[in-house]
Design a protein around this ligand. Structure first.
Ligand SMILES: *Cc1c(COP(=O)(O)O)cnc(C)c1O
Length: 370
């Protein structure tokens, strides 16, 4: 791990984002906070604790081990495991919820669960158009009839997932909602009303028809919305900094970094910073991105290397003789900010990838309540 790379997580921002959503939703709508991928790189344990303190109803991880780690850290909130094949012993022991999304798992469960076993809580996943995991809408009734015969399975929820994170096309989202509603009406006879959930972050803030009895936001808890959606009340929680390793003067005509893709046009001051693509500065930011230095947006020049990146300080250092050490890769410095959405647009990716990448690489520190 690069000791110069610091990822600081503002847990107050995460609480703020949760409370912002809580205030906007009707009180009967529960919130399932998605903390998969180490809480989108923010540290699943600390984030889950902050959300639990704020009164979140349920948490969701991708895999079983992530959920067990949260239990072992003392998290008591109900946890749903979104993707993993369930090992019933573990799920019962740690009080986890299964997302049942295929017949093979149902066959396995009906073979191993005895009528006398304690009951395993499941959420049934319907594929309403995502084309990833889930039962097709026309097999749900048969599946539920089979589940009802199994005394040791308790259907706590029915869920689906939108095929577009940013819901750029509301029509396709509405089609998915209609399919989901049709399934819900078909199973009314078979099942006491379960928790119905479908909304990701985008739908949680912009599509009330998708709320049902619970929402399942991830990204917005960390302070961002996908695509063109914006919300000034959300506060990004992650800040990433590194340091200037060296500053050198270069005469006009000096090639900078691998391949000489940048050649100085004037007498320049070049800052070499101690982080590269191995630390989450995407290589596609070569000659194509910015960092913050001494409160100013500073361009990346030349190719990003594995552990180093070059920035052009010529306009910034002219007036000062005492250079700062700190370089901000993500977050605020003074009044200027670089957001995960800025980086995503420079790099041709999405904010989800920016925060999970940085979060997985740097040394983390947490800002808690004062
Ligand atoms: C990741 C995920 C979410 C959260 O999506 P965001 O766009 O981050 O809000 C919700 N549900 C499922 C099944 C997911 O995989």
């Amino acid at each position: 791990m690069n000791r110069h790379l610091r990822v600081s997580i503002d847990l107050k921002a995460i609480k703020n984002n949760f409370n912002t959503l809580r205030k906007r939703l009707p009180s009967h709508v529960k919130i399932i906070g998605v903390v998969k991928a180490d809480a989108y790189g923010h540290g699943a344990m600390e984030v889950s604790r902050a959300l639990e303190d704020s009164g979140i109803d349920m948490l969701a991880t991708a895999y079983t081990d992530e959920a067990i780690a949260l239990r072992e850290a003392g998290i008591r909130t109900p946890i749903i495991v979104l993707f993993d094949e369930p090992d019933p012993r573990k799920f019962l022991r740690y009080d986890l919820r299964v997302v049942l999304h295929n017949r093979k798992t149902l066959d396995t469960l009906s073979r191993i669960l005895k009528p006398s076993s304690p009951s395993l809580k499941i959420h049934i996943k319907i594929d309403t158009g995502m084309g990833r995991l889930g039962f097709s809408p026309d097999e749900v009734v048969t599946v539920i009839k089979r589940i009802r015969e199994l005394k040791s399975i308790n259907t706590e929820g029915i869920m689906s997932h939108f095929s577009e994170a940013e819901l750029g096309n509301k029509e396709s989202a509405r089609t998915q909602i209609e399919i989901f509603k049709k399934v819900l009406s078909e199973i009314k006879e078979e099942l006491a009303p379960p928790l119905c959930h479908m909304a990701n972050s985008a739908a949680s803030v912009s599509l009330p028809e998708a709320w049902f009895s619970a929402v399942r936001p991830g990204l917005m808890l960390y302070g961002y919305l996908p695509g063109r959606l914006q919300d000034s009340e959300l506060k990004p929680a992650m800040k990433v900094t590194t340091e200037i390793l060296s500053i050198r003067e270069a005469p006009p005509g000096t090639p900078v970094s691998y391949g000489g893709t940048f050649i100085t046009k004037r007498k320049s001051l070049i800052g070499i910073i101690s982080a590269g693509y191995a630390d989450g500065i995407m290589r596609s930011l070569s000659n194509n991105g910015y960092v913050l230095y001494m409160g100013k947006k500073t361009p990346v020049i030349g190719r990003v290397c594995m552990d180093l990146t070059m920035i052009d300080l010529t306009d910034i250092l002219k007036e000062v003789d005492k250079p700062d050490k700190e370089v901000t890769l993500l977050g605020y410095q003074g009044d200027e900010a670089i957001t995960a959405k800025d980086i995503a647009s420079w790099a041709g990716t999405i904010p989800y990838e920016v925060i999970t990448t940085f979060g997985g690489l740097g040394k983390k520190e947490f800002l808690k309540d004062d």
